[in-house]
Design a protein around this ligand. Structure first.
Ligand SMILES: *Cc1c(COP(=O)(O)O)cnc(C)c1O
Length: 395
């Protein structure tokens, strides 16, 4: 072997006696075969075998298997983002002429995908009241192939009666997909309630550090896994092993992070709800939250994301008030170590009339800072949002 070849082909280091707790990060496009025969037969390796880096490496397979166990499913697929996970499910299930039902409280880019991508291709969507429960049966006709649920709903936190929706959908031959990002599989297990596709934005609690984007879909039915993988292969979708490795690391601490932010978020939500003139606090673990009874029945706890509906009178002071924050950062997304506040306006995203949510809603994501520092920051914020005369009265 000459030097130039030596620069290309490294010698093999022994792995004997080596063991570590971490999952190795395997980067690969090419997968090697031992001989021509096994290369020719690569198509028979099946979906759990290795054929090309795009379709999986031991790193991504480890993450898939870990999520599968947590979800109580049969297989998991990994895609580049939460949004692509939703898109892959819809593109897999829906054909021209079909209809998908999405809740009014769905993650807003999903409505965009339905309206701007699916609709021009002959796939329809209908928007339903997230509190529909079993009465969703009235909206399911012979064209309905998929009912999407997201519980709690984006920003306004309505908890859906998932088992009732699943029963109604399955009775009429429709699949159910669930965005389980808020709860993670530690707090809610959609597949145990009959859901067909349990989807996550791993970018949030699983990643846990606001530094990656990844999505997953877990199913109980191997045939559905095959259909998802077919769609992914056609679209050329795969993920980076480095991102998978970061999620494997994030999962190690997800349980303790979630237990902590769940406790702190509920404590802060209760303290905010008890203060005058703050506006309505929307947290699934508080009884005023729509669907609170379904949360109490189906969920094992709460995560760190909740919202406060601001009174209209606070609107003009919002910019100033937010600039006083020292600990909370202003930004969307959630599930990381840093606490975030995102001022949201849901009106533009909602199709159904009703609801008091005309004005700004502050979506609060609790992170891992000291809870009393967070509380002090929120007191500063909400004091700055109050009418000057109210402040004077309170003094
Ligand atoms: C963030 C989020 C998504 C999208 O995930 P990305 O990885 O950012 O594409 C989908 N659903 C919910 C509920 C989310 O919070």
């Amino acid at each position: 072997m000459r030097d130039q070849t030596r620069t290309v082909i490294p010698p093999e280091a022994s792995t004997e006696g080596f063991a570590s707790l971490s999952v190795p990060t395997y980067r690969a496009s090419t997968i090697l075969f031992s001989d021509a025969e096994s290369y020719a037969a690569r198509g028979q390796r099946g979906l759990d075998g290795y054929s090309y880096g795009l379709h999986g490496t031991p790193t991504s397979r480890t993450l898939e298997a870990q999520l599968t166990e947590l979800e109580g499913g049969a297989r998991t697929v990994l895609v580049p983002s939460g949004q692509s996970a939703i898109a892959v499910v819809m593109l897999t299930v829906l054909m021209p002429g079909d209809t998908v039902l999405i809740p009014d409280t769905v993650y807003p880019p999903v409505t965009g995908f339905c309206a701007n991508y699916l609709k021009p291709r002959g796939i329809n969507h209908r928007i339903y009241d997230p509190m529909a429960g079993g009465s969703i049966a009235d909206l399911i006709d012979e064209t309905t192939r998929l009912v999407w649920v997201e519980s709690p709903g984006s920003t306004t936190m309505e908890v859906q009666d998932v088992p009732a929706i699943v029963a109604a959908a399955h009775a009429k031959g429709a699949y159910v997909g669930c965005d389980n990002t808020w709860a993670t599989p530690l707090l809610f297990k959609p597949l145990a309630h009959g859901v067909d596709f349990s989807m996550h934005a791993l970018s949030k609690y699983a990643g846990g550090h606001s530094d990656l984007l990844l999505g997953s879909v877990t199913v109980s039915d191997l045939e559905l896994r095959k259909c998802l993988r077919d769609t992914m292969r056609m679209l050329g979708l795969g993920i980076s092993p480095d991102d998978a490795s970061l999620v494997l690391r994030g999962l190690q601490t997800m349980g303790v992070r979630l237990a902590h932010v769940g406790k702190v978020s509920l404590d802060i939500a209760k303290r905010l709800a008890a203060r005058p003139s703050i506006g309505e606090v929307l947290h699934p673990a508080l009884p005023n939250c729509l669907g609170h009874e379904f949360w109490a029945r189906d969920f094992a706890g709460c995560s760190g994301l909740f919202s406060v509906v601001l009174p209209a009178s606070a609107e003009t002071r919002l910019g100033d008030a937010l600039s006083k924050l020292k600990i909370f950062a202003v930004g969307s997304s959630f599930g990381g170590t840093r606490s975030l506040i995102a001022p949201m306006s849901v009106k533009a995203h909602r199709a159904l009339p009703e609801k008091p949510q005309e004005g700004t809603i502050l979506r609060i994501s609790i992170g891992l800072e000291d809870p009393e520092d967070l509380w002090a920051d929120l007191v500063t914020l909400f004091d700055a949002l109050r009418e000057p005369q109210e402040m004077a009265r309170a003094l």
